[in-house]
Design a protein around this ligand. Structure first.
Ligand SMILES: Nc1ncnc2c1ncn2[C@@H]1O[C@H](COP(=O)(O)OP(=O)(O)O)[C@@H](O)[C@H]1O
Ligand SMILES: [Mg+2]
Length: 444
């Protein structure tokens, strides 16, 4: 028996505008005659898309903004009607379904996670997670149970009774994920679901998604404009350009055998140490202390984290330098009130978050403690311990063209080993009743 793909898309088009029919004719005459559309008041957002998504696969659609990704994904669950073509879900052509049948399909088979999905501010995390079930008319107890289970999956069960505003951005996005999971559908559509998150938090939720996926085996269509994210998550990746899918393949295939110049440019000189930037390999700093804290706080954090330096931030989380154990101890003896006078930029090196990995080696070699990574606003974005860089390099040197059997996404991107994401979320730890110190878990 033929196994039916979870999703199958055939000659799918979406043309926005009044003269869509005329434009369709022209498009079908020759896929590359865009100039003929020039006079028409139309936008050909998706042009002749053909692909299948296998059951249990993460299928990534990657392309620049405006390339048609959101239009495409909205046709997969019938939120948008195609101008032409078919979309099959479990073998059923949904373009032929009546609105009520479509709604039922979305309830039972396909859920969606958006970049800015709205958590309802006055409802608890639990009620937000169970929202789709409420809409579906499930009884309260059943809803609670399923929503709790989903929150447990994303590591937020302890937060069920909190309000969204009490959660960090990453945690809120995980509530969105829980909402989709609670719905219990086999297919999940995720449109730039992680794009609004900070790089580190983003990597955490990516890891979490991969972990969940290993367990649950959902069929996921994941949209992103980010190459690193595509490579990390995608079993296969479809590259979109100006409405057309220009290549579909594994990360390996796309890196090693780009189908045209556009794709080649996307993965531009994938000397992977050049494509990967500091933000792709950095980790969460173990100890971060506010510059207005007392030296005892720094000393305590140094002890607890077993590190040689703590990272000091000032106003707006801007990175101001480090304090070592010796410096902290001396400051305690000298009766200093805060860290202003002793913080220095001498001990560790600093790199910008968009620095290619290739250019971080020297800094890492010279820096006795993990290199500090700062973003464009000067905020501390993360750190890169030497071992992390080395392990990233280790996987980089496994030549992708050797065609290893089933490469982990991490092998392809050369990203650092996953941080422990199932652990409790960031919890502010109160130390000595002074400024709260964020002690966050993560690999040493
Ligand atoms: N409702 C709409 N009406 C007209 N044009 C639209 C509409 N939605 C999107 N477009 C256009 O279609 C193209 C693809 O948009 P979109 O699917 O949102 O791309 P992406 O998600 O890749 O950024 C863009 O040129 C966009 O301006
Ligand atoms: Mg979009």
């Amino acid at each position: 028996m033929e196994t039916v793909s979870a999703l199958r898309v055939k000659s799918l088009y979406k043309v926005y505008g009044n003269r869509a029919d005329k434009a369709m004719e022209l498009l079908r005459d020759g896929a590359h005659q865009d100039e003929k559309l020039a006079g028409l008041p139309v936008t050909a957002a998706v042009v002749d898309a053909n692909f299948e998504v296998k059951r249990g696969e993460i299928f990534v659609v990657m392309g620049l903004s405006g390339s048609g990704k959101s239009t495409l994904i909205r046709m997969l669950n019938g939120l948008l009607a195609p101008t032409h073509g078919t979309v099959e879900v479990d073998g059923v052509d949904i373009t032929k379904l009546k609105p009520a049948a479509l709604r039922k399909l979305r309830r039972e088979k396909i859920s969606m996670v958006f970049q800015h999905f709205a958590l309802q501010p006055h409802r608890s995390v639990l009620d937000n997670a169970g929202y789709a079930l409420e809409v579906a008319g499930l009884p309260r107890d059943e809803r609670r149970e399923k929503a709790l289970q989903a929150l447990r999956m994303v590591g937020l069960d302890g937060w069920a009774d909190k309000l969204p505003q009490e959660l960090s951005g990453g945690m809120r996005q995980r509530v969105g994920l829980a909402r989709a999971l609670a719905a219990g559908t086999d297919i999940m559509l995720m449109d730039e679901a992680f794009s609004a998150l900070d790089p580190l938090i983003r990597r955490e939720v990516q890891d979490q998604l991969l972990e969940l996926q290993a367990e649950l085996g959902k069929t996921i269509v994941f949209i992103t404009h980010d190459l690193n994210e595509a490579m990390r998550l995608g079993d296969r990746i479809a590259v979109m350009r100006a409405g057309r899918i220009v290549q579909i393949g594994t990360a390996e295939e796309i890196l090693t055998d780009p189908s045209n110049d556009y794709v080649a440019q996307f993965v531009a000189d994938v000397d992977r140490t050049r494509i990967l930037t500091a933000s792709a390999v950095m980790e969460r700093p173990l100890g971060v202390v506010d510059v207005n804290s007392g030296p005892r706080v720094a000393a305590r954090v140094l002890r607890e984290t077993q590190t040689s330096a703590v990272y000091i931030t000032g106003r707006d989380k801007r990175f101001v330098g480090t304090v070592t154990a010796d410096e902290a101890a001396q400051a305690v003896r000298d009766g200093k009130q805060n860290l202003q006078e002793i913080v220095s930029t001498e001990y560790v090196r600093t790199v910008a978050d968009d620095t290619p990995v290739a250019d971080i080696f020297a800094a890492c070699a010279e820096s006795p403690a993990p290199v500090a990574v700062v973003d464009a606003a000067g905020r501390l974005a993360g750190v890169i311990p030497r071992v992390t860089l080395l392990s990233a390099l280790g996987s980089l040197s496994t030549d992708i063209s050797e065609n290893t059997a089933t490469p982990e996404p991490a092998d392809v991107t050369g990203a650092a080993p996953a941080a422990n994401v199932t652990a409790a979320p960031e919890v502010p730890v109160q130390v000595n009743a002074q400024a709260p110190v964020r002690l966050t878990g993560g690999p040493a």
